[in-house]
Design a protein around this ligand. Structure first.
Ligand SMILES: Nc1nc2c(c(=O)[nH]1)N[C@H]1C(S)=C(S)[C@@H](COP(=O)(O)O)O[C@H]1N2
Ligand SMILES: [Mo]
Length: 404
């Protein structure tokens, strides 16, 4: 028999199972004490007029994935994501002083310092410049730094990927006229944290965006409405939200966020500073911690890979705790500094296994095993944790932290 046919038969069998499940839910009576959103769906949707169009859309009431909200941040539910784009309502958040409430009509972006023509831009001014849209991941440098592994992939959800729209910072800097002697810029936010970070001029002139659009609509307030700086591939902290000022300067400003925070104390006792680029990282999102496999058989292992230095070239998957590795399929598009979705066909034999993924970027940089990373970085550094993650699947199908 052709493999295609046996697959088809298997799908038909599971289809029959699905039908049975639907039938079991059939005949649920409407309950007048509950709002419409809690009523059972009609047994036969072809027999009832659907609801009316709505002014601003919402997902199906049966979809329940949400961000994990913590004190100063929220985590994207990576296991529920399809493809490479994070919907705006589920983009991770990291706020040092909450989400400010900003009226875009009163917001200004000032560009000054070592420039010939200082600028004071309204949002309307900004939107008159030629715009660009590009897809980029973002990751907080503190993401997934639990050295003893993850219980769920959402614990490493301080990362998301979106299409960002705005003006190339290089264009604004050319408009202002950068003077000789300028080597860095300093960007400042208008939240109560007044987040301030220094960026090398070379990067600012290369691919940094002054972004006001996110996945086809205005930035969400959580992501920096009405305008943020977006620094592709670099640690999330540097993408200053609620951007109000860019000063062109000769040297970095040594702000709190680049001295006491966002530096990595190494075993030598010296700290690494300005560790801007995010290292290559991958996460298997299915199967992942907290999920349960319904018995042996075919599964598509799937996950996300990214690198702050360029495009992902290869993702390997191991189903035997790193003894052997196989190349996963990279789902198009494979874009630089964006998520790459990988997929790997796998047949689970029902025995206890440990799944791992390892990505390599276009420069040949790859992910280290946890032990190697800890040896190199020591005990005091927690940022930029990109070690290989492990998921253990127990014989009864439970997916757990595979750290050993
Ligand atoms: N003004 C301002 N910008 C900021 C922050 C902040 O608290 N204030 N947090 C930073 C950090 S630590 C990260 S990881 C990213 C998070 O961006 P997001 O909330 O859009 O995911 O924004 C950065 N930009
Ligand atoms: Mo961050």
């Amino acid at each position: 028999m052709k493999p295609g046919r046996s697959n088809r038969r298997r799908f038909l069998q599971s289809g029959a199972g699905l039908g049975a499940a639907l039938a079991a839910g059939a005949g649920l009576a409407a309950d007048d004490t509950k709002p419409a959103s809690e009523q059972p769906a009609p047994d036969d949707p072809t027999k009832v007029q659907g609801r009316r169009a709505s002014a601003y859309g919402e997902r199906s009431r049966f979809e329940t994935a949400v961000r994990t909200v913590q004190e100063h941040n929220s985590l994207t539910p990576l296991a529920a994501m399809t493809g490479i784009i994070t919907p705006n309502a589920l983009h991770f958040e990291r706020h040092h002083a909450g989400v400010p409430d900003i009226d875009p009509r009163r917001h200004r972006l000032m560009i000054h310092g070592l420039v010939d023509r200082p600028l004071m831009l309204t949002m309307d001014d900004l939107k008159r410049f030629p715009a660009v849209s590009r897809i980029y991941f973002m990751e907080c440098s503190g993401n997934g730094s639990r050295r003893t592994g993850l219980r769920t992939v959402q614990e490493a959800g301080l990362t998301s990927c979106a299409e960002w729209t705005g003006v190339n910072l290089s264009l604004l800097l050319r408009e202002a006229g950068v003077r000789t002697g300028a080597n860095w810029i300093v960007a400042e936010g208008s939240d109560a944290a007044k987040m301030t970070r220094s960026v090398r001029l070379a990067k600012a002139m290369n691919d940094v965006l002054v972004a006001y659009g996110q996945n086809g609509e205005a930035l969400r307030p959580e992501q920096g409405y009405p305008v943020r700086m977006f620094v592709p591939g670099w640690e999330g902290n540097i993408s200053v939200k609620w951007l109000r000022r860019i000063k062109v300067v000769d040297a970095p400003y040594q702000t709190r966020e680049e001295t006491s925070k966002y530096t990595d104390l190494m075993p030598s006792g010296k700290a690494r500073q300005f560790t801007f680029e995010m290292d290559p990282k991958s996460l298997i999102t299915f199967p992942s911690g907290g999920q349960k496999l319904q018995g042996p058989g075919f599964y598509e292992i799937s996950g996300l890979a990214w690198s702050g230095r360029g495009a992902i070239r290869r993702v390997e998957v191991s189903t035997d705790r790193g003894l052997t590795w196989k190349d996963a399929i990279l789902q198009e598009p494979v874009l630089p500094l964006a998520y790459t979705r990988f997929r790997h066909a796998w047949k689970w034999d029902g025995s206890e296994v440990v799944l791992q993924s390892r990505c390599t970027d276009e420069h040949g940089d790859t992910q280290p095993p946890v032990e190697a990373l800890l040896k190199a970085r020591g005990e005091n550094s927690t940022y930029h944790f990109n070690a290989i993650q492990s998921w253990k699947i127990t014989a009864d199908g439970n997916v757990e932290n595979g750290f050993a």
